[in-house]
Design a protein around this ligand. Structure first.
Ligand SMILES: [Fe+2]
Length: 199
């Protein structure tokens, strides 16, 4: 059982267990499809919760951050394997297909998850602070805070993990890149919270 599925089982105790079995199934299938996602997803969730704690979010919002982070990429189940696992940078057409995963994830999960705030994290985790993200081009505080947190955690975690076409980055180098996008791609407060968590 991968780490993200284990985490979902842990959360199951407080929710609708049938829903969690379905969610765990989706996350598990995504890991099989992508190879690395299970560990990646669990690590993003852990880091996102640490950032939420640093920002002193209320306990109820921690749960939204945690669940949203665990589920943020399930829309990738609808992306063709040749795009998802391409061992090289994507071309423009492939990027277009890949960008659909945020809205597709929300649509897929809306049949299972009742919490609108969790669905919003999935839909908005690729929005940018400057408004140049997707799928809706929301900017600044229009983007739910939980989604801004997951965006920072996801980007940092992806950089420090190896990919088929590149070596993993060091924490320092990954954080420098995140910091260089503060106020552009990322919410400056979330970037500062990440800095505090890493120290
Ligand atoms: Fe994503």
């Amino acid at each position: 059982m991968n780490a993200a599925v284990a985490k979902l089982r842990e959360l199951e105790t407080r929710g609708d267990s049938r829903a969690y079995i379905q969610l765990a199934g989706l996350v598990d299938r995504l890991e099989l499809k992508e190879g690395y996602t299970g560990e990646h997803t669990a690590a993003v969730s852990q880091l996102a919760v640490a950032i939420a704690t640093e920002l002193e979010l209320p306990a109820a919002e921690h749960r939204c951050v945690e669940l949203g982070a665990l589920l943020h990429d399930v829309g990738k189940l609808s992306i063709p394997d040749r795009v998802l696992t391409k061992p090289a940078p994507l071309n423009e057409l492939e990027w277009e297909a890949m960008r659909r995963h945020a809205a597709l994830g929300e649509r897929l999960l809306a049949r299972i998850v009742q919490q609108a705030d969790v669905l919003a994290v999935v839909r908005s985790h690729h929005e940018r602070w400057d408004g140049n993200g997707y799928p809706d081009g929301k900017r600044g505080e229009e983007i739910p805070l939980a989604a801004r947190i997951v965006a920072v955690a996801d980007a940092f975690q992806a950089m420090i993990e190896p990919r088929p076409y590149r070596e993993p980055r060091t924490w320092a180098s990954a954080f420098d890149e995140i910091a260089s996008e503060s106020g552009r791609q990322f919410d400056p407060e979330c970037v500062e919270a990440l800095r505090a968590v890493l120290h």
